[in-house]
Each structure stands twice: as C-alpha cells, then as structure tokens.
Design a protein. Structure first.
Length: 399
C-alpha cells in the first residue's frame, strides 16, 4: 500500500456508478480527495451487459475525477454487486498424537483445501477467503495454536468465488479504460463489515437484503463472512400478487404502498376500504385489511424460503439470534416493517436497517478502510498477483 498517493475505488451497481478517490497517510487512515456518483447504464444484477456503454461512462467520469485532483490513475479497486457470488465452506484436519502443531501442518491442510476448490471450481475465480474457524482438540481458538501440543487440529476456510467469465468481462472493460483491477471486493462483505462495526457484541448474525427483483442472505460469525446465497425474487413478487389477486395494475399497487402504511392500519384494526382514486373506471370495495393479509402471506413465504426453511443454512438457523433486514424499496420498509419483524420476533432479535442518502458512498468508504488496514479474518486480500494462493495466505497468517 503506497501512502500519500491517490487510490481509486469504483462501485458498479444497477442504479449508480460510484467513484471515490482517497489518499492514505502513514497510519493508513485515508483522506477523501474526490467523489463522483452518477446514474448507472449497462449493468444488470451487478453484471456488465453492455460493455460499450459502461466503457463510455467510466472513461467520461474517470476523466472528470482525474482532472479534479490532478492525477492519472493506472489501477482501481472494484466493489462488485454481482449476484452470482458463490460460497464454499471446507474443513481440513491433521492428527497430532500429542505433538506440537507447526506452520508446516497448517500449510498441508490449506494446500489440500485449496486443491479441492481448484479441482471442483475450474470456471470460477476466488475473490475472498476467510479463516472461519480453527480448533485444537475440539476447542475453538482465537489465534493459530502454533507450538501447542494436541491430539487433533482442524482448520475451516470459507471461499467466495465469481464466475471466471464475469471477471474477464470486468478486466476487458477496465483495460479499455486504461485501468488495471487491483482487487475485487464484494459488497455483501462490505455490508457485513458495517454491521460488525455497528454491533460489536454480535458473534453470529444474519443479514437479509431485499431488493425489488432479487434478494440475498449473508451470515457472519466471529468477524468472518461465512455464507452468502442469492434469490431471484424481491419485493416485486408482493406487488405481482396484489396486482393479480386484487385485479389492479402494478403501478396502482405501487402507488397504494407508497401512500399508505398497512402496519398502522393492522395495528389499529381499521376496517377501511381502498379509496376510489385508485380506480380508473369501476370502483370495487377492497378492504385494506385484505391487501395487508395478501402481502403478509407472501412476506411469510419469502422469510421461509430465504431463512427459516432454507436447508442450505440449517446448521446456522438454531444458532443465530440476530437478524438484520434491509429493504431497498423504502415504501415497503415504511409499510411492512412490523410485518417482517413478526415472522421472526419469537425466536430472533430483528433489526430493520434503514437505508438513507449516505448509503451510496458508505460501501466505498468502508472498502477504502478495508484496503488500508485489512481485515483480521480475511486470508487473501488480493487476487491479481503472481504469488501463489498459499504464499498469500501465509503472508497474512504469519506476518
């Protein structure tokens, strides 16, 4: 990490492109030099779908930010929002029979784990690797037990990968903009860092993000990112249900959700009907309670699919005590906050994370801090280097 030199961070998401230029001091704290946020084009589900439009936009705005600080960038850290992020959890172990555990023992375990991933995920590229857990004689440890005696040592790693073709597309686009990709950081990890920093006493928690057309659950344990899964549905599935069952257009349903607060209506046991202004021609009596019940049934199904009945996370379900939910559509956040909490409140502490105008830049600022100071549980911070995966892991383990 070079100090007193500008560093560039770029987030590409479906709504906005976000540029952040910073400079680090001797303590690896950073100073913001310039920011630039503009409307997104050519991106869907975090993927590049129109390279020429993306290249044009990046070049245009890169030129603006370079002129503003008088510096020409040659590389950038990319914050990815691609929904095709894959997660793999793998454990390895070694029998010690009373001997000391050495660095070589851990090297052996990680080599085996790395080889398994390499063999089975040939079309994917590793972007994050975490030391999820290590234990000696079934005792979980905070630090590597090098030099200690024991009978059995196990080491658990969590790998996060993106499709190789998507990495190639990113490199192609940025090469055309005369930029090398220094590192790719996934936004799910960055969002987790923000929650960890805000809720320092939470050892194990889940985070659900509900977009309009896609959703995600991420799980964090002891400061490690341990699981992520995406779903191809979001709050629009509720809009479609209401539209179909109530014979209303999607536009009308969205207007109703924006105008009213169904949580309050339910709480007050109101027996009101939908106002006539929502009907273009023939008025029909549709109770607000009926609309809420339809939405509540779909919300229950969403929570079941993503979390409560998700067989992929059955190991975590009974251990997690806290659930963080963020809802991209603020009308739904306002309207059904209590309804979402109701699905989980008997078992979990549920926090609805309110999104605000500062969210646009928040991920980039957190990533800048991550790049400057690192993250204790992350074993592989850089993907573009000639070092082997193993040598990079151990540069962090034994520094």
């Amino acid at each position: 990490m070079q100090i007193n030199k500008p560093h560039l961070f770029i987030e590409l998401n479906d709504l906005k492109y976000i540029f952040l230029a910073v400079k680090y001091n001797e303590d690896f704290n950073f100073e913001i030099l310039s920011t630039l946020i503009f409307e997104s084009e050519g991106i869907k589900d975090g993927k590049i779908i129109d390279a020429e439009i993306v290249i044009k936009n990046i070049k245009k705005n890169l030129n603006i930010i370079e002129k503003s600080i008088g510096f020409t960038f040659k590389e950038a850290t990319i914050i990815s929002t691609q929904i095709s992020l894959d997660c793999r959890n793998v454990s390895g172990y070694i029998k010690l029979s009373g001997a000391q555990i050495q660095e070589e023992d851990i090297t052996y375990i990680i080599n085996n784990i790395k080889n398994k991933i390499t063999e089975t995920e040939k079309n994917k590229t590793l972007i994050h690797l975490f030391n999820t857990n290590f234990s000696l004689d079934k005792l979980d440890l905070k630090n590597l037990p090098i030099g200690l005696h024991g009978q059995f040592y196990s080491h658990h790693l969590t790998f996060f990968l993106l499709p190789e073709i998507e990495i190639k597309n990113l490199k192609l686009v940025f090469k055309r903009c005369d930029l090398n990709i220094k590192r790719i950081v996934h936004k799910n990890f960055v969002n987790g860092i923000n929650l960890i920093n805000n809720y320092k006493n939470e050892i194990l928690f889940a985070s659900i993000k509900l977009g309009k057309n896609s959703s995600n659950i991420s799980i964090f344990k002891n400061d490690s990112f341990v699981y992520s899964q995406n779903f191809d549905f979001g709050t629009n599935i509720i809009v479609k249900d209401l539209s179909k069952i109530c014979s209303l257009t999607s536009e009308t349903v969205n207007n109703i959700i924006a105008d009213l607060c169904f949580d309050d209506i339910k709480k007050n046991n109101s027996n009101e009907y939908l106002d006539k202004k929502y009907f273009d021609e023939v008025y029909r009596k549709i109770s607000l309670d009926h609309i809420h019940n339809i939405a509540e049934a779909r919300i229950e199904e969403i929570i079941n699919v993503i979390f409560l009945k998700n067989i992929n996370i059955k190991y975590f379900i009974n251990k997690i005590k806290t659930m963080h939910i963020s809802i991209v559509d603020r009308s739904f956040e306002k309207n059904f906050k209590i309804t979402f909490k109701k699905q989980l409140k008997d078992i979990y502490y549920v926090c609805i994370e309110e999104l605000n105008n500062d969210e646009d830049l928040k991920s980039s600022l957190t990533t800048a801090e991550l790049i400057g100071k690192g993250w204790s549980k992350e074993a592989i911070p850089i993907i573009q280097t000639k070092e082997s995966i193993i040598s990079r892991i151990f540069s962090r383990f034994f520094a």
